[in-house]
Ligand binder design. Structure first.
Ligand code: FAD
Length: 394
């Protein structure tokens, strides 16, 4: 039987990132992916600080994607809105996940990673000699295992360590449209901005995608009893919005209503002897600030770099190998968690973001966090958040 240095379950953004970086270091890497690319995935709005990771992967992430200037927060009934600029040192984009995730996967293969699709990892046994990975296509052996299985969170669920985070979005309903040109459509495509519309039960996202497509979703947070179908709930909120009514005029549905529930959880055992979890397999936060993809590639990068050091020193079986980086993870995750908590519980947008003209410094500091700059030591707003009355989650 072949023996790999690293076996990775999951060929999404986190798995492909970890695999490519480890292959660049010269390790023998295997990805096992249960599905087949290209495949649909929700999560299209990106943060600028993804770019340094893409540069390391040697991926031109602008290719085929729509440049995004920033984020608009809008409350249509009162007419209040605020634009947060996200362009700066790094560019960011709205990406169509099916083609981009496929490119990341192929990029890993181009860097020497061995990869198989339609193979589902079912279990992992770890002992002092290595890891034995059981799959729908037989067993594989290696020195180290990375769980990049996304919201399946293979290791977290195996150890019953996935803890739900309450009070954020309860479920999302979303749809894709092919648009027809009109002034509203031209306006949204001229900036590429993500638009967050505040509504009574939660919020709506509006994400323009290359080829005049639009991703629209409703995240329901408040305990609401709807006595209509999910399709009708979404339709009601789309019909109630003047902006969406004009954007969707003469449009065609190209993805029927999809539903996703149970977001926001943390895997309380993210690493151990000979294994680590990255991306959604480590934890997942309500998508209001578009942080999921960023955390996926960033946690994969941290794990790959540390594991390479571990291999060099013969420490890959050390259960504390990733402890130092977990501190960074906690800082990033806690910051985002507290920001989202403020969004839902204390009307961050109404009380602070819409009042930004009076709080220029805070505006810059929140903008930096939403760009993915989560580890600087001079962000006073972030320091206040982390020290505040509301305890961090990790
Ligand atoms: C409603 C919603 C909206 C979102 N919006 C945004 C957004 O605007 N911006 C943003 O940045 N993020 C967003 N996200 C989050 C983002 O999509 C994820 O954080 C991101 O996809 C995480 O990447 P990943 O590689 O960890 O997981 P995934 O992309 O899910 O990849 C995991 C891979 O593992 C494979 N897999 C699973 N189990 C197994 C197994 N047992 N064996 C083998 N393979 C397996 C899966 O098939 C998949 O290919 C959103 C999420 C949701 C639910």
């Amino acid at each position: 039987m072949q023996r790999y240095d690293v076996i990775i379950a999951g060929g999404g953004p986190a798995g492909s990132t970890a695999a490519t970086l480890l292959a660049q270091y010269g390790h023998k890497v295997l990805i096992l992916e249960k599905d087949q690319h290209p495949k649909f995935h929700i999560g299209e709005s990106m943060m600028p600080l993804i770019e340094p990771v893409m540069n390391r992967l040697e991926l031109d992430w602008g290719k085929g994607n729509l440049k995004k200037m920033g984020a608009d927060f809008i409350h249509e009934p009162s007419g209040r809105s605020l634009f947060l600029p996200l362009m700066g040192k790094y560019q960011t984009y709205q990406i169509e996940r099916s083609s981009f995730d496929h490119r990341m996967y192929n990029n890993a293969i181009a860097h020497g990673v061995e990869a198989y699709q339609n193979i589902k990892v079912t279990d992992v046994v770890i002992d002092e000699r290595g890891v034995r990975v059981s799959t729908s296509g037989g067993d594989f052996e290696g020195r180290y295992f990375i769980d990049a299985t996304g919201r399946s969170a293979l290791m977290g669920r195996k150890f019953r360590k996935v803890k739900r985070l309450e009070n954020f979005g309860r479920y999302a309903l979303y749809q894709h449209y092919q648009l027809t040109d009109n002034p509203a459509v031209e306006a949204i495509f001229s900036t590429g901005n993500v638009k967050i519309l505040l509504v009574d039960v939660g919020w709506l996202w509006i994400i323009p995608l290359i080829g005049k497509k639009l991703s629209v979703g409703l995240v329901v947070q408040k305990q609401s009893k709807f006595d209509v179908s999910k399709q009708q709930i979404l339709k009601q909120y789309l019909d109630d919005s003047p902006l969406l009514t004009s954007l969707l005029d003469n449009s065609e549905v190209i993805l029927p209503v999809q539903a996703e529930a149970d977001f926001s959880y943390i895997n309380q055992r993210r690493y151990g002897a000979r294994y680590a979890c990255c991306g959604d397999a480590a934890g997942f936060l309500d998508p209001v600030f578009s942080s999921g993809f960023f955390f996926a590639v960033k946690t994969a990068e941290l794990i790959a770099d540390r594991l390479h050091q571990g291999f060099l020193k013969g420490q890959e079986a050390d259960s504390k190998l990733h402890a130092e980086d977990d501190y960074l993870y906690k800082t990033g995750f806690n910051t985002m968690w507290l920001l989202i908590d403020r969004f839902y519980r204390s009307s961050l947008v109404e009380n602070l973001i819409f009042e930004f003209d009076r709080h220029e410094r805070i505006k810059d500091e929140i903008t930096a966090l939403l760009a993915g700059d989560l580890w600087s030591d001079d962000n006073l707003f972030q320091q206040g958040l982390l020290k505040g009355r509301r305890a961090a989650i990790l």
